[in-house]
Each structure stands twice: as structure tokens, then as C-alpha cells.
Design a protein around this ligand. Structure first.
Ligand SMILES: NC(=O)C1=CN([C@@H]2O[C@H](COP(=O)(O)OP(=O)(O)OC[C@H]3O[C@@H](n4cnc5c(N)ncnc54)[C@H](OP(=O)(O)O)[C@@H]3O)[C@@H](O)[C@H]2O)C=CC1
Ligand SMILES: O=C(O)C1=N[C@H](C(=O)O)C[C@H](O)C1
Length: 256
């Protein structure tokens, strides 16, 4: 029998944290060493970040972009543990801090741990490479539950990056985050984002490639967040014991 991987969960009381805890309780590959909350005293069974860093081989983070970036810096300063970051909603400087921390510890970050979305990333890149910007407009639609705090979703941004990469441009140079008022016509090459928040939607994503006389739509529906949690545990298994570096879910799935 192999030694279980010791894991802690940041954001343990959240929707994803709870989904992870219920899987961890039944998985002999892992030993759960504790949940990290916003404040250690706030919930029964929570431990603080220092205790989690000392005890865990891998910390799974499903908090916020800001909190995940801070944790990455702390873990790097301590020389470990490895981090799996599922949180979304990053400012550019927070992503830079994570990249810097990955010089010291292994960090796997993905805005979506589902197999389908990580397949879709490759398909979107392929379609964007094949369909010229003059004639084919790319629009990314996402819909989530009414408690989600960041927009566009981390997944929508992954899909936008894939589309931009396919077109050989940076997403920052072509993205359009929403429209309102007298917007004028649509410039060719733009990659647009549209966001819905409603009810208990788990996660809907679609990428439209729209020409004058036809539309190609590539889409994905998440039906249960337990699927994200299973993907995150696969990522934790994969990253335990790896060299420092920045990894993503496509590395885990062998899609890179
Ligand atoms: N990569 C993926 O596949 C997926 C990613 N996500 C992402 O995961 C994140 C969490 O989603 P979800 O579980 O639905 O959100 P919730 O709001 O349900 O949970 C977030 C948790 O993070 C905690 N938290 C917030 N700020 C801090 C902080 N500064 N320090 C420590 N803990 C903090 C909250 O604590 P408190 O309870 O005190 O508020 C809460 O327990 C989001 O960014 C979401 O987009 C979600 C699904 C899949
Ligand atoms: O907040 C969520 O719920 C989700 N967040 C991730 C994102 O921002 O893309 C992944 C999934 O879509 C659910």
C-alpha cells in the first residue's frame, strides 16, 4: 500500500471545499490534514495556514484570486507544500506572484478541472487558427449561479486565451468585456465576453464562431461540481512530488 498524500483545503467551508471534503473522506489515496477558512476560529475543524503548510504535501485552494496568490507566496517562502489552485478572479499582479512562487514550489492552476473543458480549450484553439478573423467573429458566453463573485469566469478567460492563441494575438489586445450603449460596429478580430448569473447554474460555456451565413458553436455544460472536485484530486495526485514549476490541468490529462 502506498503512503497517502497529505492534503489541506483552503476554502473548506465553500461550495467547492465541501465537495472536496466529501470525496477526500472516502479516498484512501489521501489523508486530509485540515481545512483552512477565512479565519481559523470561524468553523469547527479548521486549522490556520501555518499549520496546514507544515502538515500538508499539497494544499488545494478554492478561495479567491487574492487569497490564492497570498497563499502561493507563503508556501513558496516556506519551501512548500505544493499548491493546486482552482480559485478564479485574478488581477494581473496576482498571477505574477503565483508565477514567481512557482519558481520555488510546484503550482498547478486551472480555472476548470473538468475533462470536457480542457478538451474544449484545444478545440477552440484549433478552430480559431483555422477560421480567419476577417469573416469569423468569436464570442464567448458563460452562465453561472447567482453567488459567483467574479466575471468573466476563469473558464471563459481560458477559452478566450485559447482563441487568441489560435489567432496568434494576445487576449489583452483583442478582448471586449461586455457591451452597453452606443457601441458602434464590431471590429474584426475582437473576442467578446458575455456573462449571465442566475439561480443554481453550475457552469455553462459556449464559444461562437460566427460568419455572415453560418455559426459554429462549441459548448460545455457542467452538471455537478463534484466533477470539478474529482479533477482537482487528480491534479493533487499528479503534482505531489513534482519539481517546482507552473502546471495546468492539460498537463495532468496529457493534452499539452
Ligand atoms: N477550477 C475549477 O474547476 C473551479 C473553480 N471554482 C472557483 O473556486 C472558487 C471558490 O468557489 P466556491 O466554492 O463556489 O465559492 P464559495 O464562496 O462557496 O467558497 C469560497 C471559500 O473561500 C473562503 N475564502 C474567501 N476569502 C478567503 C480568504 N481571504 N482566505 C481564506 N479563505 C477565504 C470562503 O470563506 P468563508 O466561508 O469565510 O466566506 C469560502 O469558504 C471560485 O474562485 C470559483 O470560481 C469553482 C468551481 C470549479
Ligand atoms: O464559480 C464557479 O462556480 C465556477 N468557477 C469556475 C470558473 O470561474 O470558470 C469554474 C466553473 O465554471 C464553476
Amino acid at each position: 500500500m502506498t503512503t497517502p498524500i497529505k492534503v489541506a483545503v483552503a476554502g473548506a467551508n465553500g461550495r467547492m471545499g465541501r465537495a472536496l471534503l466529501s470525496l477526500l473522506a472516502a479516498d484512501p489515496d489521501f489523508a486530509f490534514v485540515g481545512g483552512i477558512g477565512r479565519e481559523a476560529a470561524a468553523g469547527a475543524g479548521l486549522i490556520d495556514r501555518s499549520a496546514a503548510m507544515a502538515a500538508a504535501d499539497v494544499i488545494l485552494d478554492f478561495t479567491t484570486g487574492a487569497a490564492a496568490a497570498e497563499l502561493a507566496g507563503l508556501c513558496a517562502a516556506a519551501g512548500g507544500p505544493a499548491l493546486v489552485i482552482g480559485a478564479t478572479g485574478f488581477e494581473p499582479d496576482e498571477l505574477e506572484r503565483i508565477a514567481e512562487a512557482a519558481g520555488t514550489i510546484p503550482i498547478l492552476r486551472s480555472g476548470n478541472f473538468s475533462i470536457g473543458i480542457n478538451m474544449l480549450v484545444g478545440l477552440v484553439s484549433q478552430a480559431a487558427r483555422a477560421l480567419p478573423a476577417h469573416g469569423w467573429d468569436i464570442e464567448i458566453l458563460e452562465a453561472h449561479h447567482n453567488q459567483k463573485i467574479d466575471a468573466p469566469s476563469g473558464t471563459a478567460l481560458m477559452l478566450g486565451e485559447a482563441a487568441a492563441e489560435g489567432r496568434g494575438v494576445s487576449l489583452a489586445s483583442v478582448e471586449r468585456r461586455g457591451r452597453d450603449g452606443i457601441t458602434g460596429g464590431r471590429p474584426p478580430g475582437e473576442i467578446g465576453f458575455a456573462v449571465l448569473r442566475a439561480g443554481g447554474l453550475v457552469g455553462e460555456h459556449a464559444v461562437l464562431f460566427a460568419a455572415a451565413e453560418e455559426v459554429l458553436t462549441l459548448s460545455h455544460s457542467a452538471l455537478d461540481r463534484g466533477m470539478f472536485a474529482r479533477g482537482a484530486l487528480a491534479a493533487a495526485r499528479w503534482i505531489a512530488g513534482r519539481a517546482p514549476g507552473e502546471y495546468n490541468m492539460r498537463d495532468v490529462l496529457g493534452l499539452t
